[in-house]
Design a protein around this ligand. Sequence first.
Ligand code: MN
Length: 740
Amino acid sequence: MSTSVLEPPQVEELYRTLEEKVRALRPKEDLTSLDRAYRFSAQQHREQKRKSGEPYITHPLAVAHILTDMQMDLVSIETGLLHDVVEDTPVKLDEIREKFGEDVARCVDGVTKLSKISFANREDRQAESLRKMLLAMTSDIRVVIVKLADRLHNMRTIDVMPPERREAIAQETLDIYAPIAHRLGMGKIRGELEDLSFQTLQPEAAADLMREIDAKRHQHEEFLLELKADIEQKLQREDIPARVQGRVKRAYSVYLKLKRQRITLDQVYDILAIRIITDSVKNCYAALGVIHNEWHPIPGRIKDFIAMPRPNLYQSLHTSVIGPGGMTFEVQIRTEEMHKIAEEGIAAHWKYKEGSKGPDEDDQRIAWLRQLVEWQRDMSDSGEFLSTLKVDLYSEEVYTFTPRGRVIVLPREATPIDFAYAIHSDVGNTCVGARVNGAMKPLKTTLRNGDVVEILTQAGHQPSRDWLAVVRTSKARNKIRHVINAVERAKAVEIGQKSLEKEARRLGVSLGRISDHDLQSVASDYGVSKTEDLYAALGFGRFSARQVLQKVAPEEARRTPPEEPLPPPTQKGEAPAPSPGSPLGDKDLVIQVKGADDVLVYRAKCCNPVRGEPIVGYITRGKGIAVHSVQCTNVQKLMYEPERKIAVEWARSASDPLPVRVMIYTDDRPGILHQLTSVLSAESSNIRTLEARGDEKRTDHSAIIEITMDVRDKKQLERVITAFRRIPGVRDIERMQSAS
Ligand code: MN
């Protein structure tokens, strides 16, 4: 049994004082849940000890004390008691929810998630992202406040941490938690976090400075005491009700000042500070007048944060004056309300008020945030805090993690595939699955703030074309397309070569007689540079094997061949294959309604189906039958009236072309238009309209080309689009909803 550490009765005593404090604050509230939270936490942590040897429960109890001193609500205090239970014991979140309700469970979950992430040892430029993320991933701001209280206690007891971890913890506190406390307006906590970190990170500088400040302490204290009495008297004479505080500034803020201004302690104007807290804004300015009337203000040191509040809503008048005996000091003047905000920030809004119940206070909190955002809009130098809040209110980005805690920032609605490509192209290309927060999830899952994503890869795996529809980052899209194109091209080359061999056999042309040189010259006839490109073009169906053979071996190829199994796509200059005539005798009828000949049929503009796609008809009111693609989203909606659905099919014989509109996103470079139109003329596809424009919204030299073209069927459309995609500089192609 150890003797120097707290024994159970003393731990119990720690809880008793907590309960008394809470009861004094909230005399009307039922504290049984607080008691249960303490007992449950103590029970769960009973086997654990802090590194000092004290029972672990002393830590959650201390955190709860801090939260109580901040006058936070019961949910926060209970969260403080339970904050390490899910992290450090086998208890599951569900049990917390069952026992302590949804709010406490949500907050405990939030604190647990934050605890899993190490924000330490980051580069400076990541600190801002990390702070944003920390705020973004907490849906309840109380999570952040509990976390700050947790960190404050850890910093106060940093000596119980292993020495090699202290520095990282202190650095993280300085980089992440102190600035967050600052942004939330919690000046008191920020100051303490900074000083404790300073002492850990630079023990010598901190000790020197504190010794120096200490050496003058007696002198300072005497000076402040006299000054305080003097100011009180002067204010009284002017009928300004006020309380006056005198203090020596915090070590870390003095240190920063010395460093920034390269001055010595004697030259720091505001190591001594007087604070005047009065009843109204009017009296703030009146008090400033009194001070300036008595002592000489130092030029450039007067700041009106009442008229121009700081981004974190801090308000005060600041001035520095040359006092008695040439001693300079700073004066801060504010109202009680401003003082409360300056010290406690957002936490001030959880304070218990007699007679006012929950919802009212909730409104206040939201009003506070809203006001914050409002003010930010009018201020020029406040981008930082606004963007922080923006993350929360109108989030454009999601902050996710690798299992090792690296932050991956992705656009909204990004998927694990984007995540994989953000890590490395190889990870993206070989990714076969994803574990999100430990559970297997489909690759198309939308990632959310705080998700920990683990990508499963398999060597040799290749990206699928379907991924293009679910990725959100251009990096992923480009990489996927690159691989798909390479794979498809390799396939096309193989198919092209085989089809040439097959056709040669069929026509009795001996391929042995055809030299590579011959093929090369045909290739250049077709405007491609290598034989391989010629095979690829054959494979993609851009021209037929027979056409190629006619060029290299005109004699043999001209012999009347047996019927070709499939007609090749028509060549440039030729008219589209004429329709042999529809059995219905109506060339215009490209769609027929099963069992009804004489009805008005039209393609629905929303999906604009082309021949070859599965279609369904819908009887409109007075406009005939609208034909949709089965995949059209509108079709699902039409199911509300299933009796109006009717079976339709593409008329077998008719091959009249149908207009389809596509948007092509490309690099803005000369020659692209020509290549696009060559594809269409090679397909004998008629161009109805073509419009090209630079994309003004983007600065990366991109262009959008919009083409309405005629296609015979789905196959031809796919062929055209494949050929488009192969043109260097084409980034994306989108088939538009309507043809006109
Ligand atoms: Mn903790």
